[in-house]
Ligand binder design. Structure first.
Ligand code: SF4
Length: 492
């Protein structure tokens, strides 16, 4: 028997058919329990990155750091780790690596010593001209330590001729394109910034006198902090011993928040840009029902991410909602590696049929998206095997036909199911009686707009429309070193 293909392994090597958020950040300034609160905040953001976690703290004199592969609970469970991370300020990060280069030097926060002191940096997003900028920096003599796009920011700060740290950070960021929600920690302050389009979320919270900057409000809830507001697109906030200050150092752009955060990436208990993610998902389900309902006996979600949309769908048509598929919540970690004989069991490892809710019924199956189509095919097959008389698949996103270049790991276009097949083709390949995706306008109605503004869309929706809101300089550049060399290192 051929050995398993270890090159394909991620934290969950059975599952190559989901989209992954690439990162989450959590920073806190002015808190006696900065490290513990950061570990808890990262735990709440675990869905944004499961392959590595790290934190840097500052105690007024020294920086302390801890980074490791795996989940937050693996890295911060030891009392000795948290007690070593001394200080009143901390910055943490969870990472999902896209390139397979899961090396410790890519695990954030990145840290560097400058003439003004130390600076730790955590990033959520993707810089679309990072390779182009990196090539120029290398030509000028910069020595890169990682393959992370975030490292270009460190070097741009290092070579900036601006007089203050704040101006050097702004100078660096002005040279970048793409999506970035970043938090930086220095000896004197914590900085939070969102790119001018505000593609990825970043929120401000408060816990007593301490300020928090983090990716989602669920990370505030877990430590009992109050939500203050979102960092605005193109805004930089500076938090120091005098409190919080705001500057708008970038040219003004129209907001292009990632609409997929509402559909799938953000946690349902988070509030993004003033809207409850859970409520938006239910509304998407309602819109989907209005657009594409057929007679049925039961509405069944593909758990967990399909649940709120299925609830909205069932309520809209007054048909029972049932958990016809049960998800095993303990499969995120690898306990055995798949072999050729067992890899096909991946979906069963995660989902099992609740037969009594399916057998003899016409089923509306609700899921959030179709990526490669492999998981959906297997789930539909499981539902049929359980005795469903009809299976109608409803998807709470438009067809995902284009890759994301703004911080979500998506397969190349050739591997995206919706890029390769029309609706009829997909319906046949999936083996369903009918298939419908929410329309783009239906999605926009669910997030509070009458329709999509085709001249200037209110959100980034490029993975559905192919209309990217920012330049893709690296993608369009010729002769860039897409494979960066770097010594491999052992896993921590
Ligand atoms: S391309 Fe899709 S996933 Fe990426 S930022 Fe835009 S809407 Fe979000």
């Amino acid at each position: 028997m051929a050995p398993p293909d270890l090159s394909l392994l991620t934290t969950d090597p059975w599952d190559g058919d989901t989209l992954h958020e690439e990162c989450g950040v959590f920073g806190i300034f002015g808190d006696a329990d900065a490290a513990s609160h950061t570990a808890l905040g990262l735990h709440a953001l675990q869905h944004r990155g499961q392959e590595a976690a790290g934190a840097v703290t500052f105690d007024g004199e020294h920086f302390h750091s801890h980074r490791g592969f795996g989940h937050v609970s693996d890295n911060f469970k030891a009392e000795s780790v948290v007690s070593r991370l001394q200080g009143h300020a901390a910055l943490g990060h969870v990472l999902y690596s896209t390139s397979g280069e899961i090396i410790i030097r890519n695990v954030q926060p990145l840290f560097a010593d400058f003439e003004f002191g130390g600076l730790a940096l955590g990033h959520n997003g993707n810089i679309t001209n990072a390779l182009t900028v990196r090539q120029e920096l290398v030509r000028r003599g910069c020595l890169f330590q990682s393959t992370s796009d975030t490292e270009v920011v460190i070097h741009l700060i290092a070579i900036s001729q601006q007089p203050t740290v704040e101006e050097r950070v702004i100078d660096a960021l002005r040279q970048l394109e793409g999506a970035y929600s970043m938090v930086a920690l220095t000896n004197a302050a914590m900085y939070g910034v969102r790119d001018p389009m505000g593609v990825r979320p970043l929120v401000i919270g408060k816990l007593d006198k301490a300020y928090i900057l983090c990716s989602e409000t669920c990370a505030l809830d877990i430590i009992g902090a109050e939500f203050v507001r979102d960092v605005a697109p193109g805004e930089m906030v500076i938090i120091d011993e005098n409190g919080l200050r705001s500057v708008k150092p970038f040219p003004s752009y129209d907001s292009k928040f990632c609409i997929f955060e509402y559909i799938y990436f953000a946690r349902p208990d988070s509030v993004c840009e003033g809207s409850s993610v859970y409520e938006v998902r239910k509304k998407i389900g309602e819109e989907l029902a209005k657009e594409s309902h057929v007679p049925c006996d039961v509405v069944v979600p593909v758990p967990d991410s399909g649940v709120p949309a299925a609830l909205g769908y069932a309520a809209a048509i007054n048909v029972p909602f049932e958990y016809g598929i049960i998800r095993n919540h303990y499969v995120g970690r690898t306990f055995i590696q798949p072999t050729e004989k067992t890899r096909h069991l991946g979906v069963k490892r995660k989902h099992n049929i609740n037969r009594a809710q399916i057998e003899g019924k016409r089923v509306i199956l609700v899921d959030d998206s179709i990526v490669r189509g492999t998981t959906s095919t297997k789930i539909v097959d499981m539902v049929r095997q359980a005795g469903a008389t009809e299976v109608h698949l409803r998807i709470s996103s438009p067809p995902t036909a284009h890759p994301c270049y703004f911080g979500i790991d998506t397969p190349e276009r050739e591997q995206l199911f919706a890029a390769q097949h029309d609706l009829d083709g997909m319906t046949k390949l999936l083996g369903v009686d009918s298939l419908a995706f929410i329309s783009t306008d239906g999605l926009y109605r669910a997030v509070g707009h009458a329709k999509r503004d085709t001249d200037n869309p209110q959100f980034c929706d490029a993975c559905f429309t192919g209309e990217y809101p920012s330049a893709l300089t690296d993608l369009n550049a010729e002769a860039l070193p897409h494979q960066l060399s770097l010594l491999t290192e052992g896993r921590a």
